[in-house]
Design a protein around this ligand. Structure first.
Ligand code: C2E
Ligand code: MG
Ligand code: MG
Ligand code: MG
Length: 292
């Protein structure tokens, strides 16, 4: 997509274009080529970012976020490689490998701790998509109620009937569904009516503006009301400042995620983060002498 933008920009100013556009163009072609050659299991890993209940400071869940260390390209952002993986048909292989890693990592976690895992709309298109995910979850023997699959509304709009079928069968397995980046799609409300979702994640763009812009804050307030009326839980993502945290807490947000609390971190750092979070938890761990 960005590649087409780069091309369009180039054509628009055919006599003269900034060298970084040329570089961007080459970069996207390189990503596709490197991805096709990649050893997915060796080159990709997950970082984990906590979702915090700010009422007591405890970690509710960790969201797994994919990272790629390419031997030829260095580190590549998911914003760059996910769309390429989707276009090139590699996304399902990648998802299978990443979900297997995440479920394995979960084995060391306390039983009340959830995993939030991002799915692409391509992962759940057609019955085979859900079957593959179901097989992995069942084989892991992890209680499916501890798993939240995050899907973005923009990805689902291509085929709402198929999306409904897919999410319904995932829910029958016992997992929960979150609508990610809520509020950025074209028909957010009709998704809520038609898709079996449990939680909304309010898009970061509203959060980043909420302290300066009354409208953004009012939109967040309205989404919180909507969640109350529909019995959905709600997460605000992208909290970066204490001011944002205070303001959002004052309008009723409890579940928060963002750099203010913790940037995405390697699985090995989770136990230490758990030990430091939530006053009740520290006491509990002190008594038990091991990770909760
Ligand atoms: P997302 O699922 O909405 O994840 C949130 C993104 O915001 C992550 O970027 C996270 O690192 C970043 N973030 C978290 N807190 C803050 C904050 O306070 N400020 C700012 N500015 N950013 C924050 P990341 O890891 O680069 O991932 C980008 C997107 O790529 C994700 O958005 C998700 O849509 C997609 N993605 C990541 N991992 C996977 C994956 O394993 N599978 C699929 N299908 N998509 C993935
Ligand atoms: Mg997400
Ligand atoms: Mg999001
Ligand atoms: Mg996003």
């Amino acid at each position: 997509f960005a590649l087409y933008h780069a091309k369009a920009r180039r054509r628009g100013s055919s006599t003269c274009f900034a060298p970084e556009h040329e570089a961007e163009l080459r970069r996207h072609a390189d990503v596709e080529q490197a991805l096709r050659r990649a050893d997915l299991a060796a080159e990709f890993h997950l970082l984990y970012q906590p979702i915090i209940d700010v009422a007591d400071g405890r970690v509710e869940a960790y969201e797994a976020l994919a990272r790629w260390n390419s031997p030829t390209l260095g580190s590549v952002s998911p914003a760059d490689f996910i769309p390429v993986a989707e276009r090139s048909g590699l996304i399902r292989d990648l998802t299978r490998i990443l979900l297997t890693k995440a479920l394995d990592t979960m084995r060391g976690w306390p039983v009340e701790r959830r995993l939030s895992f991002n799915l692409s709309a391509h992962d759940i298109a057609g019955p085979e998509g859900v079957d593959a995910l179901t097989t992995l979850v069942v084989a892991s023997e992890i209680d499916p109620s501890r798993i939240v699959f995050e899907v973005t509304e923009s990805g689902l709009m291509r085929d709402l009937v198929d999306a409904r079928r897919a999410l319904t069968s995932l829910k029958a397995l016992g997992v929960r569904i979150a609508l990610d980046d809520f509020g950025t799609g074209y028909s957010s409300l009709s998704y809520l009516q038609r898709l079996p979702v449990d939680r909304l994640k309010i898009d970061r763009s509203f959060i980043s503006r909420c302290t300066e812009d009354e409208t953004s804050l009012n939109i967040i307030r309205s989404i919180l009301d909507l969640c109350r009326h529909l019995a959905l839980d709600c997460v605000v993502e992208g909290i970066e400042t204490v001011e944002q945290k205070r303001l959002l807490r004052s309008v009723g947000c409890r579940s928060m995620q963002g750099y203010l609390f913790q940037r995405p971190m390697p699985a090995e750092a989770i136990a230490a983060f758990d030990a430091a979070s939530g006053p009740g938890m520290i006491k509990h761990q002190g008594r038990e002498g091991q990770p909760a």
